[in-house]
Each structure stands twice: as C-alpha cells, then as structure tokens.
Design a protein around this ligand. Structure first.
Ligand SMILES: [Zn+2]
Length: 690
C-alpha cells in the first residue's frame, strides 16, 4: 500500500521511466498504487454504529455493509465532530473540525472559500465527480457542491425536502452509467434513518418492534444495489468504497430523543469501513478514528497531496502489513446547540478510552468500562480531567478561526422553505463562542426544555389544531426569559388564525427583544389580520426600519413587508402612503399580481390629484389579469373600475360581468356583493350616457 517506503520506491521508478520517456504518468492516473481507480463514499445519515450488525447489533440489519466489512477494514471507534448533518458533512468532506471550518448548525450558509473539498481534490486529478443527496439540508447552495461535476439535490417533486435511498440510487445510477472513460468519485448520502422512522416494506414488518433499525436495514438494502451496480459496470474490483455516517441518534438516552443537542457516544459514534480493491479483511481496528480522517486517507491512497492545515489523520498506515502502534490520540467533538437557549457549550475530547466533556458541570467517562456514559469520574479523577481540559484548550487555540460575517451568502427562498419544513429555522442561532463561562447554565439541566421546544417547533409544520395558549404557558413557565419560545408561539398562533394570542405572545417577545424586526413583522401581521390597521402599520414600519440593510434578509421578505404596510395604509384610506409602499414592493419583483392589483386600486382611489393615476392603474390591472389568465375576480373587478375611470364604460361593463361570474363560481359572498354593486354602478353610468 501507499506507505512512505513504497511511495518513495515508486517515485524512483517513475523518475527513471520519465527519464527514459515512457508515459508512466498516464498509467498512474488510471490506477493508484493501491489499485484504486474509483472512489465511492457512502454517508448514512443518523446512523449510530451499534445498529449495524457488523458493529454488533443483535439482528442482521446490514448484510451488505457486513460483506464489505468482511473484505475490508472496520474502524470500531469512529467519532463525528458534531451531531448535525450539514456541519458534520462539511467536516467529512474537508477533513476539518467545526472550529476550523466555522459551521456549527444546519442553516449556516457560510462556507469558507479557502476550504478544499475531497471532490475538488479529485476533480483536479481527472476524476468525474458526482454527488447524490437524500435531504435538502445538504442542498448545493451550502457549498458542498464545490468540486462536483454533478450535485444531485434536485428531487422529483420540488416541494420535497427529502427522498428515499432508492431515489438517490436511481439518480446516481443514471449518472454512473454515463461514466465510461474517467475514474469516478461518487458521493452518496442516504437520509432514511433520520426520523420519522418509516421504512418501506418488507422492512416495516420485519423490524416492526424497532423501525429505526428497519430504516437502517432498508438503507443497507439500497447499498446492496450500489454494489451490484458497480459490479455490473465492472467498477467494483477497482473501487475504494467507504461507508460512514454523519452522526448517530440518541433514541431517548440521557433524555434526548433524536440528535443535535448532546454529544454522548450514541450521537457521535458512527460507522467507518474501508473496502479496498481485493480482499484485505476482515480487519477490525480498535484505535479511535474520525470522519475527518477520510480526506487525508483517500489522498494518501491516491497519492494526492492533502490540503494543508486540516485536522484529519491519514489512516492508510492501518492498511499496510505492519499497522501503526496505537497512539494517544484525542478527537474533538462539540455541540453549540445549547447556546440557542443561552446555556453553556458542550465541547469534548474523546480518546481510545477516555472522554471529557467541558461544560458547567464537566464530565469524564471511562468508555471501556462505562460505554453508556453513566458514571461521571470528574470528581474521582480530577487530574485526568484537568489534563484533558488543557488539551482541549490547546486544540481550540490552534484551530478556531474568525468567521467573516460580511462574506455570508444568503440562502435562496427555495432552500429556506425546505429548511422551514424540516423544522430547522425556528429559534435563535447558535453562538460561536469558545471562551468558557462557568456561570452559564449546564445543558444537562435544559434537556427537558429542549425536547419540549423541539416538539412544539414541529407543530409549526403540522396542520393539527392545538391550544397554543396552554402550550405557551407551559413552555414559558420553564424559561420565562427565553425569546425563542415567544417567536415560536407567535408562528403557531398565526398559523391557527388565533390572532389574539399571536398579539399577546408578540408583545411579550418585544419586551425581551424590542429590536427584533421579525417580531415586529409577525406582530404586524397579527394586527392586520385582526383588522387593527393602525397598530399593524406601526409594526410593519418598525420592521422595515430595524431590518438589517444587508444580504441576510431575503428580498422576498422585504417585498412582503412593504406590501403589508401598503395594505394597512390602504385600509386606513391613506392611499398616498400606500402607493409609496406598493411601489417599493414592486421594485423587488415587478410581476406580483396581488401587489400590482393593490397599487392599481390605490392609484384609482387616491384623492391626491398629484398621485391619482388611472391610466397607470389600468396598465397595472391589465397586467395583473394577464398574469393570472383573467381568472381572478378581484383583479378583473379592479380592471373594470380602471376602464370606468378612463370612461371606457362598455369595456368596464363587459369585464365587470366576467368578474361577477367568477366571484359567483368561487361562492365568495362578500366578493359577489362587491362585484354586483360595481356592475350596477357601471351599468347605471352607461345608461346615463345613452
Ligand atoms: Zn444527519
């Protein structure tokens, strides 16, 4: 294999051949020293290592991965640096830990331009690079598409936030079949084991007592299809296949249902299997490893210079006949998630045997004797805890880099929508602060609150009616000073059209954060819906004033607030003010029929002769009708009034009749009455002319 010694001798041979003029470079590019031509990296989302049968699970969940492990190398103790999908994959694909790459949560759009991805490295070496992901959390706009020729994040249905492994395979196979000449780097991401646990049949029945295991079994089944595909394309024998995961799942341990909050082993211990060309195994390696090791290991196996400054370690020496001596390695992992609730961070170092977690009440575990992390040894082994704490501080000192907030790229509306539907955009952001504050609350004390907050967050995405007041009272009682609860509750109340409670929670939220433009906006909406237009306008105006003037606010959001402010002015008959707002709004997108219609109405109704503009109103109303294929009774009604105002009464009558028919078809009583009255007036005027 590519140990230093073999590489040196190979280089010598290459030099000799180069001098004699033979084309050895071409050969080197086709197949590496280790016989590898293709690289397949498979990432299993939310898969804790101990649920794979090759890692000791009691039932045969993963026969296909087991078969790979039998011919390859299984790293029995592999750690992810963070139990969250996007930052963990950022680590996996760059070989760096979160303090270095700067991404600590799923929605974070910032991806340091200086980070080199595995795909980018392989692409420069002539590989065809393809990624196919199972969830929009890994949407290409987050930057992990860097270096990929194709990045499969387009799902069959554009509203789909996730897709099954079978669908990922279908897209991947279609691409794979077209790759004929070049070596291939294929990255597959399967999201199925993530909650909700709903495996398809027969896995739902076979694993009915543990559907999470069933999802893993289904995913393994799909990996079996990948192996079969590689074999049928003649690629299997020359492929390096790596199976790993981004994080585990707590499944109720230590009080956490899913993942993201704690960094106990169930959340951070993931599978890692390397299957090299030919059969090398089974080899089981007990030394600690990380998913950050994938980049330098692949680089070594393919004789590529790894990026400088990464934290991952080359594991290729384990694949040689004389594996390296076990060393005293410590792997970093973190959860900054509790900072969302203003609690302390959880920062950890894990070694073969020991695990130290720095937080308000620090923790030390002997993983060999106590794999479930039940007995905290901090008090009985203070010396060891201190050494690990110091070591953690050294690692942070070496790796923490300053983010440049002005370089943050905004997310597009589509990505934001997906993140919303996946429940990732509620509450505060995490705080990237690695200085340790002993006075902050211990995250362990807030796990109950976190679980309840998550449960309530999910309600935002459901249509089920809930007693938002009771829910709120319970949540707020636990943490009265926590702003995130209020903003979440306003969202639920608004969705349920419970404007009274939305206003109540909105006012309380503003007591905690008077400068929050988002709260002013939602409070404005609640007032507007309950027909308190003056209050609505006041809050929309404040929202616009307080909104940061940078790219962190999507243009759509600005457009809507201007529009809402215009509508609240219109209802107060302050048309001159309304016109200004609608005009502002249309600057973001000039083809919004609802806003065009509202502006047309204001231009027709305005009493200020300097602003009244029937001909512009007519043009806007005409366009609004065109954009909606003349199927919108209200827009047609506005168009009819515009024609009447410019004295084209016969056209006004014709369109008004059409508007009435459409209103009747809709069965909207208020709209019918409005159109009837309008038609009557137009006809009366028309009769007066004759
Ligand atoms: Zn994940």
């Amino acid at each position: 294999m590519a140990t230093n010694k073999t590489r040196k001798s190979l280089l010598l041979i290459m030099l000799v051949v180069l001098l004699t003029g033979a084309g050895i470079w071409f050969v080197a590019q086709q197949r590496s020293v280790s016989g590898i031509r293709h690289v397949v990296l498979i990432s299993l989302d939310t898969t804790r290592a101990d649920y794979l049968s090759c890692y000791g699970y009691g039932r045969p969940t993963t026969p296909n991965i087991d078969a790979l492990a039998k011919q390859g190398y299984l790293f029995n103790h592999t750690i992810t640096p963070i139990p969250l999908t996007l930052p963990a994959h950022t680590s996996m694909l760059t070989g760096t830990i979160p303090p270095h790459h700067g991404r600590h949560e799923n929605k974070d759009p910032y991806f340091d331009p200086s980070l080199v991805t595995l795909a980018a490295l392989l692409k420069t070496k002539g590989y065809s690079t393809g990624a196919f992901v199972g969830s929009q959390i890994l949407n290409g706009s987050f930057g992990l598409n860097r270096g990929f020729d194709i990045y499969g994040d387009q799902f069959a249905d554009e509203d789909q936030s996730e897709r099954r492994a079978g669908e990922v395979n279908r897209a991947a196979f279609e691409w794979l079949e077209k790759q004929k000449r070049k070596p291939v780097f294929l990255f597959l991401h399967y999201y199925d084991p993530h909650d909700a646990y709903e495996p398809p049949e027969p896995f739902a029945t076979t694993f009915k007592e543990n559907l999470y295991a069933g999802e893993i079994a289904y995913t393994d089944h799909c990996i079996g299809k990948v192996i079969a595909k590689l074999k049928s394309l003649g690629m299997y024998e020359s492929s390096l296949i790596i199976v790993t995961g981004d994080h585990g799942e707590m499944l109720g341990e230590h009080g956490e249902a899913g993942h993201m909050y704690f960094i106990y082993q169930s959340a951070v211990k993931v599978p890692l299997i390397y299957k090299l060309p030919g059969s090398s195994g089974p080899q089981r390696i007990e030394d600690i490893a990380g998913i950050i090791d994938i980049v330098p290991t692949v680089c070594d196996l393919l004789d590529i210079e790894p990026p400088t400054g990464i934290q991952g370690k080359n594991l290729a020496p384990y694949f040689s006949n004389t594996p390296p001596q076990s060393e005293d390695r410590h792997i970093y992992c973190e959860s900054l998630y509790p900072t969302k609730y203003e609690a302390n961070t959880l920062l950890s170092l894990v070694s073969n045997r020991w695990k130290y977690i720095q937080t308000t009440r620090p923790e030390l575990y002997d993983l060999q004797k106590d794999p479930g992390e039940q007995t905290n040894l901090v008090k009985t082994q203070p010396q060891r805890a201190r050494i690990l704490k110091d070591r953690l501080a050294q690692i942070l000192e070496k790796t923490v880099r300053q983010k440049k907030p002005h370089e943050e790229t905004p997310l597009d509306a589509e990505t934001l929508k997906h993140l919303h539907s996946l429940g990732y955009l509620t509450g505060n952001s995490v705080k990237e602060d690695f200085s340790f504050d002993q006075d902050k609350e211990d995250p362990k004390d807030l796990i109950g609150f976190h679980e309840e907050f998550r449960k309530v967050s999910r309600m935002l995405g459901q249509d089920e009616l809930v007693d938002v007041r009771a829910l709120g009272d319970h949540l707020i009682k636990q943490r009265p000073g926590f702003y995130g609860s209020y903003s979440l509750l306003i969202g639920i109340a608004l969705k349920q059209k419970d404007y009274e409670n939305a206003i109540l929670f909105g006012k309380k939220a503003l007591e905690l954060k008077p400068d929050s433009f988002k709260t002013h906006n939602t409070l404005g909406l609640a007032y507007f819906q309950s027909k308190q237009d003056e209050a609505a306008a006041r809050h929309f105006k404040l929202a616009l004033e307080l909104m940061p003037n940078d790219q962190t606010v999507p243009p759509d959001e600005r457009m809507q607030i201007h529009n809402q402010l215009g509508l609240s002015y219109s209802r107060q008959k302050k048309f001159d003010l309304a016109i200004v707002q609608f005009e502002e709004s249309l600057k973001f997108d000039g083809k919004q029929p609802a806003i065009m219609n509202a502006l047309a109405q204001a231009l027709l109704t305005c009493r200020n002769p300097a602003l009244k503009n029937p001909s512009r109103a007519l043009e806007l109303a005409r366009q609004a009708c065109e954009l909606t294929q003349s199927k919108h009774p209200e827009y047609l009604g506005t168009l009819a009034v515009a024609y009447a105002t410019v004295n084209n009464l016969s056209e006004a009558a014709r369109i008004s009749e059409k508007a009435l028919v459409l209103a009747q078809a809709k069965g909207d009583k208020a709209l019918i009455a409005k159109q009837q009255k309008q038609l009557y007036l137009i006809k009366k005027a028309l009769a007066g002319l004759k």
